[in-house]
Design a protein around this ligand. Sequence first.
Ligand code: ATP
Length: 366
Amino acid sequence: MFLQDFLDLARAKGVLAQEEFEGLQYHRFSDDLRRYLRGTVVLGDMLVFGYPKIARILSLEGGIPRHIKGPFYVEEKADGYNVRVVKVEDRILALTRGGFVCPFTTDRLPDLGDFEAFFRDHPHMVIAGEVVGPGNPYNEAYPPGVEDVAFLAFDLFPVGSWRPLSPLARYAILEKYAIPQVRSFGQFSPTPEGLDGLKALLRSLNREGVEGVVIKPQGGRRRFKYVTPFINIFDIEFSSHLLAELPGEFFIQRVIRLALSMAELGLEGGEELGRRLGAAFLRGFGSAVEEFRARKKVTWTFFLRMRSRDRVALLLRHLNRASRHVRVSLVRLEREGDYWRVVLEKRFLRSTGFLASALGGSFYFD
Ligand code: ATP
């Protein structure tokens, strides 16, 4: 199907959104349409596929021999947010999972890798990667180890294709341009010895505070993710301030994953684990209650650095479009060397509303 017919079909199905970034017009898929996933972007005559979903397995012993027949690569699952980096005419842009040009990441790309050199030689490739670190506008929680933000590539796709290069091919290409990549733990096999090695790796990643691994068969297309016990407690700790608004399933899934991975990795949690899990649930929500009592709102503060002041305004607009339940405002903007130091406040309207009603004495029947 020609690009124009395809756009017409997407428009007719109501999944095509027209967007603009600094004068550049583009289209974004707001939902899946056949094999074109939400987040697919059309920039001029370039089609950039949405980043595919990764299947989760809850058991290495059960899942790996069942789904993987040959050797596979194991990589760190970096904990941040997903971007696809592309070159359009003379601009290098970062696209979010939802298919928006991200004003923050695009602004900071020159700090995150030598993308110019890469795209000079590979103008028709898309680099997918995770932006990690505390200085970002999306994630409240971030594992330790990075100051500000960093980019870690984990896939390469040709423009117009949804098939990633094999891990080995990608390692070699990106190494040449010194584009940072997620850690690779090398090749494993789906044998009992391979599984023992993988479990030992996961025990050590758990101690390090790493989110988990992504398992990528060398030839195959389907990838799998498996997370460490640690990340479940960490996620609950950082999300429980929104206990009143996140779906209960968010928390239940993490308790299930925690129990299953502790058992599979042979880890003993005992009393201490119980205490940590309980505290993870209570501390966050307790702090939301305290904040509401003191300031009449539930918020989270983000500290970033950006190069362009105009893009700070674009970022605010972008974040305020992302959800009807979150309002983002600029608290401070100061010059700091070559950067703008930006302080943003996200106000969570549902939690704020819930606490206003609960602490205001509303009653309900349950
Ligand atoms: P999904 O995209 O699988 O439906 P999700 O959006 O909730 O789920 P996660 O459960 O965190 O995201 O897992 C998938 C994400 O992990 C990918 O979209 C990608 O951003 C991130 N990721 C981190 N490290 C890697 C890696 N080495 N290979 C592939 N993806 C990775």
